[in-house]
Write a protein that binds this ligand. Structure first.
Ligand code: ADP
Ligand code: MG
Length: 454
């Protein structure tokens, strides 16, 4: 004779399986098999047996079962408490914290919102949203552009909006950061690291110790069963080629889940590509005023937009540069601040904010450039800003042959040192972003050019 607890356990288990069935639209037998697999039992499915009122004897197995059901059926804390209450096991609070880690307030764990109001990117947010929502478009969406140009902010806005509109069941945000936060990976992202982080984000807590093929299968199963938006942020600092990580993660997605990538380095393979450049002048002006208002710098918040033009021009609309400018505008005249973006001295003291800024946004990529790539970058500064030059013009001014120039352009392109204007098949013009143009003639480049050692 089953006790009341055993009967209640059987009822709650059966209800939960039916909830999963409704969510995933799959036969009960398939759901039970997947559960068995998830619990690490490769043979001898115990679920039917449990459904007759036999409570698993092992607390670990019971906790895993509860976790899997809660995750797959999006079950509530209340369900978990009742389910747990059928047993004499202790440690409910711990299990609850683990299972609902991702879903406090009904929302998965994302980074802190990085802005008060996102400025000037509405159309892009919309464009990316639509792309992610399209049933027949499964390529990863990749946002690339120089440091501080707003890639992470844009990706955040897309995820925030997608979840608010319930276009996805959840999101998993993977970033390269030396932190113990779930999803953070230290020491250079690899495919294996990304896979582990995705597993954790999906609530697979026992990811380590599994073989990678088993983990892959498990993650792919969850990504197929749900609509998940995966974000891989800052792929430029990955320890493996970013396109390799992107493609292998994309291969796990299934029909409904999607992946969004960001990197300072350009994506050239198999992605839907968004290259992010600075804010339009009007948006950059709004940005300056909003930022000034937020920081209580009233005289800037109040002046007419046109008075801020020099800053907008010299920063090329880079949000990070604009933020730096606002801090300086508190106690420096507009023209002085604008001018300091031009005369770059990277070897200035540690406390020089402009030097820190330029080092932060350019040095990692500069260090990756070949000597020829650096030379070409220097010769590109001779072309008019925003206009640039055609392949032929650059060839003439750099003295490089066609093949060599094509290779070097490829290199600068991948590291996002180059922009192209209004491409058409016959004429492509290459030019440098304003900040790149300021950076290239800086002291560090001149010193290395003079010594012949870059
Ligand atoms: N459109 C925007 N509106 C408001 N703040 C922004 C916008 N774009 C970027 N920011 C802010 O500017 C800073 C740099 O942007 P971030 O997204 O970190 O750049 P990236 O990821 O390209 O290095 C961040 O503090 C970010 O929140
Ligand atoms: Mg970023």
């Amino acid at each position: 004779m089953a006790t009341r607890d055993e009967e209640r356990f059987a009822e709650l288990l059966t209800e939960a399986i039916h909830t999963v069935k409704r969510r995933q639209a799959r036969p009960i037998a398939v759901i039970q098999d997947e559960l068995m697999y998830a619990l690490g039992r490769e043979t001898g499915n115990p679920v039917e047996y449990w459904r007759k009122g036999h409570i698993p004897a092992s607390q670990t197995e019971f906790a895993q079962l509860a976790g899997e059901l809660a995750l797959r059926g999006h079950l509530s804390r209340e369900w978990l408490r009742q389910f747990w209450g059928c047993t004499d096991f202790v440690g409910l609070a711990e299990v609850e914290a683990k299972i609902f880690l991702q879903e406090e307030g009904g929302r998965p764990a994302l980074p802190q919102k990085p802005y008060d109001r996102l400025i000037g990117r509405d159309r892009l947010v919309e464009q990316i949203q639509e792309r992610l929502a399209a049933e027949d478009q499964r390529l990863p969406v990749a946002i690339d552009g120089m440091g501080g140009i707003g890639k992470t902010a844009l990706a955040y806005a897309v995820v925030d909006e997608a979840l608010a509109r319930k276009r996805f069941d959840g999101a998993v945000w993977i970033r390269e950061e030396p932190s113990s936060a779930p999803g953070a990976v230290a020491g250079g992202l690899t495919y294996a690291g990304a896979l582990n982080a995705v597993a954790l984000g999906l609530g697979i807590h026992e990811a380590t110790g599994r073989s990678s093929a088993a983990l892959e299968e498990r993650v792919a199963g969850l990504l197929r069963a749900q609509k998940i938006l995966l974000v891989l942020d800052n792929l430029e600092s990955a320890a493996q080629p970013q396109s390799e990580i992107a493609q292998r993660i994309a291969a796990l997605l299934g029909p409904h889940s999607r992946v969004l990538l960001t990197s300072r380095q350009r994506f050239v393979h198999q992605v839907y590509h968004i290259h992010l450049t600075g804010l339009e002048p009007a948006a950059a002006g709004d940005f300056l005023r909003q930022e000034a208002e937020a920081r209580g710098i009233d005289h800037i918040a109040a002046i007419p937009a046109s008075a801020l033009d020099p800053i907008v021009r010299q920063t090329g609309g880079s949000p990070l540069a604009l933020k730096l400018a606002v801090g300086q505008l508190a106690y420096q005249p507009v023209d002085v601040v604008a001018e300091r973006f031009r005369a770059v001295r990277l070897h200035a003291s540690e406390s020089d904010e402009y030097a820190r800024f330029y080092r932060f946004i350019f040095l990692p990529s500069w260090d990756l450039l070949s000597q020829d790539g650096r030379q070409l970058l220097i010769s590109l500064t001779h072309f008019a800003p925003g206009v640039g030059g055609t392949f032929e013009a650059i060839k003439a001014s750099s003295g490089l042959g066609t093949d060599l120039l094509a290779d070097r352009i490829d290199e600068l392109w991948r590291l996002a040192f180059l922009e192209i204007g209004e491409p058409s098949i016959s004429t492509i013009r290459y030019y440098l972003h304003t900040l790149t143009r300021h950076f290239v003639p800086s002291d560090i480049v001149q010193i290395s050019a003079a010594t012949g050692r870059f």
